[in-house]
Design a protein around this ligand. Structure first.
Ligand code: CA
Length: 512
């Protein structure tokens, strides 16, 4: 129900013609550690009727990637359009990790605010400082209980309702971002609610109730085990719990979309749905293999209906969200510098893809990871085309790191115990190889989508490798990557090298 017509629908009645300027709003829905557990991406076990419905009104991107497979860094990319090494959010924001974006960053809420667009955020924010990510309407941690604003879908519905009720009296368009905390793991912080918080407010004795949530239970023997997780009863049980939590995410999305419709904004709101990073299983979150980097991504526009329900093959990245939203609102990206380096966003608007499939065969996407937790330094840089993935593991002599949340999970302990005891792992890798990686990894995704055969020493691919390395270093230059000379060189970019930065060798690889 709308109390009055949207103020930005302006009807110019001229003597010869009529021009209607439509209202344009944006709703961004971000899941926390979700993957492809939906029929939209061919998982027929996990029931997601609301995500399925949204997909019918969306372009479904099947080649979408996060810029970094870690929570705060990824959210900083979604909200700034800049990779983590450019915006400064090198790792997690909360607690003693304490990572922050640079003060100069012009985030989406900052830019939109300046252009008189009302901004709101509900649920998980997980980025800072506040001055870089200011929202007009902010119902997030730490001021609110993350379980209540991120997982209690009745509460989320009511917060959305309040935002939209206030909108009735506001002349500005809106940008609303919902950070669902589902289906993130829970055992590390709230063991009483189960591995995936699947028991949180599920109506069982002592667990509380979410009136709008009807939990769906799954048989562990029937779940769809991704290729990158060991197929054991322990993993299947965990996946069944993950699915139950996804039922809360899915029903929450349904409630939010219903509020949008009730208040009449379904006719003029661009809706984006994605997840911040890979699923929290081995080879997933914190990795930049496709199992950690590929994301669900739906874009639904009421003004672009021709491709509703169609699948797009175009390579897209989370860095494309900011340009898409700015394009939607007709706003140019501001000119400014970070640490004295002019900011040049590398993303693209996805609105043209909503009209027709725009093929840019050789236009790669990139990814950049430094840390997750403060102790988990494992910098990686990645370039991915449709056919090839090149990964640069900068500190490859260190073991790949395991985060606290995942370490205590039953599925990781299962893998660790099987490896320690020498029993069959039912996994596609060995932990030794997972921990210790080659400095460069090259995969031919077309024939090896699971990224199992490193082709970096295949001389027949030298021209491909040269091209990908050149693409990567060009992107590192454009995005002002301080790691551009790592690990073999020292970057000098101050003083006499200010206008002509150089990589110098410290002869790290000599046997001195
Ligand atoms: Ca996450």
């Amino acid at each position: 129900m709308r109390f009055e017509e949207c103020h930005c629908v302006i009807l110019f009645v001229l003597s010869v013609y009529t021009v209607t300027v439509h209202c344009r709003n944006v709703l961004v829905l971000i899941a926390d550690d979700a993957g492809f557990e939906t029929k939209v991406y061919n998982n027929t076990v996990c029931k997601t009727p609301n995500i399925n419905n949204l997909a019918e009104k969306s372009v479904i991107f099947k080649n979408a990637f996060t810029s970094v497979s870690s929570c705060s860094p990824s959210r900083s990319v979604i909200l700034s359009g800049l990779p983590q090494h450019q915006n400064g959010m090198y790792g997690l924001h909360q607690g003693y990790h304490h990572f922050m974006s640079f003060d100069e960053v012009r985030s989406l809420p900052k830019i939109l605010k300046k252009h008189d667009i009302r901004t709101g955020i509900i649920g998980k924010k997980h980025v800072g400082p506040e001055s870089v990510y200011p929202f007009d309407y902010d119902k997030t941690e730490p001021k609110h209980d993350i379980l209540q604003v991120g997982r209690n879908i009745t509460n989320i519905k009511l917060l959305v309702r309040t935002f939209l009720q206030q909108q009735q009296y506001d002349t500005r368009p809106f940008f609303l971002y919902i950070g669902f905390h589902d289906p993130h793991r829970c055992e590390h912080t709230h063991p009483e609610y189960g591995s995936f918080c699947e028991k949180f407010d599920n109506g069982e004795p002592g667990m509380g109730t979410i009136p709008d949530w009807k939990p769906i239970q799954y048989n562990p023997d029937e779940v769809d085990v991704p290729y990158f997780i060991q197929n054991t009863s322990t993993s299947r049980l965990e996946i069944s719990k993950q699915y139950t939590t996804i039922s809360r995410l899915d029903q929450g999305i349904g409630l939010v979309l219903n509020e949008l419709k009730t208040y009449g904004y379904d006719k003029d709101t661009l809706i984006l749905y994605s997840s911040d990073n890979g699923i929290p299983f081995i080879n997933g979150r914190t990795n930049l293999y496709d199992s950690g980097m590929a994301e669900p991504f739906l874009v639904s526009s009421p003004y672009h209906t021709a491709r509703h329900g169609q699948v797009s093959d175009v390579l897209v990245s989370h860095v494309d969200i900011v340009p898409t939203v700015l394009h939607w609102f007709g706003i140019s990206y501001p000119k400014y510098t970070i640490n004295g380096i002019p900011v040049q966003p590398t993303g693209k608007s996805l609105l043209p893809v909503l009209k027709s499939e725009v093929y840019e065969e050789n236009q790669p996407v990139f990814a950049s990871h430094n840390l997750h937790e403060v102790t988990m330094y494992y910098p990686m840089r990645v370039v991915r085309t449709k056919q090839y993935k090149l990964i640069h593991n900068l500190n490859y002599r260190m073991p790949f790191t395991i985060d606290q949340d995942f370490f205590i999970s039953d599925s990781f302990q299962d893998l660790l115990n099987r490896t320690r005891s020498g029993t069959k792992t039912y996994w596609f890798k060995a932990l030794k190889d997972y921990y210790y990686r080659e400095p460069w990894e090259l995969y031919n995704i077309n024939v090896d989508p699971h990224e199992t055969k490193n082709l970096i020493n295949d001389s027949s691919l030298n021209s491909v490798i040269k091209y990908l390395k050149q693409e990567l270093v060009t992107w590192q230059n454009i995005t002002g990557d301080p790691w551009i000379c790592s690990p073999s060189g020292i970057l000098e970019d101050k003083g006499r090298y200010k206008t002509n930065p150089q990589c110098f060798s410290a002869d790290y690889y000599l046997d001195l």
